[in-house]
Design a protein. Structure first.
Ligand SMILES: [Zn+2]
Length: 64
């Protein structure tokens, strides 16, 4: 699942975290969010979000 970022305020929607304040369960992909879902921070609509391309398939924390 992909992370999407709000182009207005920079908020990142992470599927693994969901959006508890809006009753979005953990594991809900951005595509599965209701059409009327808006950015929790600034209220921007889904159309204002852009997919974040993640480099690398796995996160590595030992990249100092
Ligand atoms: Zn926002």
């Amino acid at each position: 699942m992909s992370v999407y970022a709000c182009e207005v305020c920079g908020y990142e929607y992470r599927p693994e975290a969901g959006d508890p304040e809006h009753d979005i369960e953990e594991g809900t992909s951005f595509e599965d969010l209701p059409a009327d879902w808006v950015c929790p921070l600034c209220g921007a609509s889904k159309e204002d979000f852009e997919k974040v391309e993640e480099d690398g398939e796995e996160e590595s924390d030992d990249d100092m």
